[in-house]
Design a protein around this ligand. Structure first.
Ligand SMILES: Cc1cc2nc3c(=O)[nH]c(=O)nc-3n(C[C@H](O)[C@H](O)[C@H](O)COP(=O)(O)OP(=O)(O)OC[C@H]3O[C@@H](n4cnc5c(N)ncnc54)[C@H](O)[C@@H]3O)c2cc1C
Length: 285
């Protein structure tokens, strides 16, 4: 029975692993964080078929994980450092090395940094995050700054408003996104849009003091929490003997790891199923 490694258990990896298991492959799934991937950062998903009225990203992630676990597909908690072409198959390197006949890489994207002085210090102090997935127990009505002008930043601003935060959404150019999100942000009293840039940041007590430049000039403002959503980029483990844009037989890229910035869960799922079916045919199932 061919052994297949699925690397990453976001929507693409989950869909690929389910499909491969149905076809009778011996599947090992590697996940360094939580099954469900970036859906844990999505506030509300309304474009994923099957959920009339939409569904919270975290609930969709939970349901995907549940279906996954039901099939006995619990991922190994492991960070894949490298995938190497080896003979007729592939070596997957974590803290050990393992051989597989085929592999599907579904490692998604990582967030871009905003790049202002003091950003890393805020991260280290737990005051700055790149998603909502790890935010817990936010104190009542704190002041939050969300940096970015795309759909993710608006989605995150709305999530924070729902958690009781007063949110400033700092955007460099006009916010871009689908009309529903733009309307919802415009109609949310707890979210204020502010055009400007971050010049730097420092920590004072338990606050992030942000040095901002806006149309009214330069000013410092304290925040309890800062979220950065200025785009995401393709994330891949180190590859040896493998061209990510022209993968060899026996290997596929699926989901956001293949599409890069396009980023939609339904596309990732379709891509995962397609990769699994193609690979299955190649490996003789
Ligand atoms: C704020 C926000 C809102 C969104 N809203 C929507 C929406 O409304 N509708 C929609 O369709 N989509 C939405 N998305 C996008 C959607 O979440 C992604 O398109 C989708 O999750 C991509 O799936 P994926 O499996 O390709 O990658 P990911 O979900 O990124 O999963 C990749 C997985 O691989 C794991 N991984 C990475 N590297 C390694 C490694 N080296 N070793 C082991 N594991 C690894 C990661 O931990 C992760 O679990 C939103 C995203 C964000 C951030």
């Amino acid at each position: 029975m061919p052994r297949v490694a699925v690397i990453g258990a976001g929507p693409a990896g989950i869909a690929a692993a389910i499909q491969l298991t149905r076809a009778g492959h011996d599947v090992a799934v590697f996940e360094r964080d939580r099954a469900g991937g970036n859906l844990w950062n999505a506030g509300f998903v309304e474009n994923y078929p099957g959920f009339p009225g939409g569904i919270a990203g975290k609930n969709l992630a939970r349901l995907m994980d549940e279906q996954f676990q039901d099939l006995g597909l619990a991922p190994r908690n492991a960070d894949v450092r490298e995938v190497r072409k080896s003979g007729t198959g592939f070596t997957v390197v974590t803290d050990k090395e393992e051989e597989f006949d085929g592999a599907i890489i579904c490692t998604g994207t990582v967030p871009r940094k905003a790049g202002f002085p003091g950003e890393q210090e805020l991260v280290s102090a737990g005051l700055l995050h790149y998603g909502i997935s790890r935010l817990k127990n936010l104190a009542g009505s704190g002041d939050a700054l969300v940096i970015g002008g795309g759909e993710s930043s608006m989605d995150m601003a709305l999530s924070l408003a729902e958690m009781g935060q007063k949110v400033v959404l700092l955007h460099r150019s006009e916010p871009r996104g689908i009309k529903r999100l733009l309307d919802e942000v415009a109609g949310e009293d707890s979210v204020t849009l502010l055009q400007g840039t971050v010049l730097g940041a420092r920590i004072h007590g338990e606050k992030a003091v942000m040095h901002l430049e806006t149309s009214t000039g330069k000013e410092e403002k304290p925040f309890d929490l800062v979220l950065v959503a200025v785009g995401r980029e393709r994330n891949l483990p180190a590859l040896e003997g493998i061209d990510a844009d022209d993968p060899p037989p026996g290997l596929r890229m699926a989901g956001d790891a293949r599409h890069g910035g396009l980023g939609q869960a339904a596309m990732a799922v379709g891509d995962g199923v397609k990769a699994a079916m193609e690979l299955g045919r190649e490996l003789g199932k």
